[in-house]
Design a binder for this molecule. Structure first.
Ligand code: DON
Length: 302
């Protein structure tokens, strides 16, 4: 299999696609990103990496950060997290409040916004926001084996000023006793977490700990990695998770910045980025690209 050639052909194909999706505009700093950009990067278990397109352009990883936050929170409190967050797909948009009322402030899973806010609230416990974010950044930099990964403060501030739905979710959960900190403290941390910026090549490297490959340095136990992957395939693309599993057949986590981290267990960590989104809020061309990659490599787990 010539992976370099496969990535090259995917990148060429994506460049000719007229429908590029629509960039997220509810976060003002993301509304002005050029939707013509595309990058894909693959890290294999033997340590080789192949990248194509705009793979060194930095972007806002947004909800892809929820995977790193979940790994950190599980490391801190273990299965206790599941007393506050569920493990079921929601079938609702990532920022929906609907089920939260029916289910008394306990979010369906750690990847929808409400669940991610509780996850942040968990790793914040006993720390200042700066310390908590410092711990998260240490984890991400170690995973990527790259110190040059930072938080884009202008994106975080842009969302603090406009993130009214997330404030509503946080206050609602607080009213049910499912938030331990003041909403502005937890959300300040959450928005900065979402504003982590990295490029596609760095993101593919940062995902290697989820491959469960015996050849790579382990950051989490194999059991925990397996479970995070299970959550990624069932909940990682919100109400588009079934469609993604059907088309791609691999665990993935998307973000409204247009990035998707996809894991081929034991084989590869894949990052793709294209800022235009589909109606679920996941990268339109990114999904198409990993659908093609999974088909051409035979990496689907099904
Ligand atoms: O909280 C938000 O709405 C954003 N910071 C993250 C949402 C997101 O990335 C959804 N992903 N597709």
């Amino acid at each position: 299999m010539d992976l370099e050639q496969i990535l090259h052909e995917i990148t060429q194909d994506m460049a000719t696609r007229p429908d590029r999706g629509r960039v997220a505009n509810y976060i003002p700093q993301l509304a002005c990103i050029d939707p013509d950009q595309f990058a894909i990067s693959v890290c294999l278990a033997d340590g080789t990496q192949y990248s194509c397109g705009d793979a060194d352009m930095s972007f806002s990883i947004q909800s892809v950060s929820k995977v790193f936050a979940l790994a950190l929170a599980l490391g801190r409190v273990g299965d206790h997290l599941w007393t506050r967050v569920g493990r079921e797909p929601s079938g609702q948009a990532f920022d929906s409040i609907l089920l939260l009322e029916q289910e008394k402030g306990r979010p369906r899973n750690p990847f929808i916004n409400a669940g991610a806010i509780v996850t942040t609230d968990t790793y914040l416990e006993g720390h200042s926001p700066a310390e908590a974010l410092g711990g998260l950044m240490r984890f991400v930099r170690e995973a990527a084996d790259d110190e040059d990964i930072h938080i884009d403060d202008s994106v975080a501030r842009s969302e603090i000023a406009t993130g009214h739905r997330n404030f509503a979710l946080a206050h609602y959960m607080l009213s049910h006793g499912n938030l331990r900190h003041a909403p502005d403290l937890t959300l300040g941390t959450y928005f900065h977490q979402c504003a982590i910026a990295m490029n596609t090549a760095q993101l593919a490297r940062a995902g290697r700990f989820l491959m469960n490959s015996p050849d790579l340095v382990r950051m989490l136990s194999p059991g925990r990695v397996r479970r995070i992957n299970a959550l990624m395939i069932t909940c990682g693309q919100y109400d588009g998770s079934g469609d993604f599993a059907y088309r791609v057949g691999l665990p993935g986590k998307s973000g409204v910045g247009g990035g998707i981290l996809v894991i081929a267990p034991g084989q590869a960590s894949i990052a793709v980025w294209s800022p235009g989104l589909n109606h679920y809020g996941n990268s339109h061309l990114g999904t198409l690209a990993v659908e093609t990659l999974a088909r051409d490599t035979g990496w689907s787990i099904f």
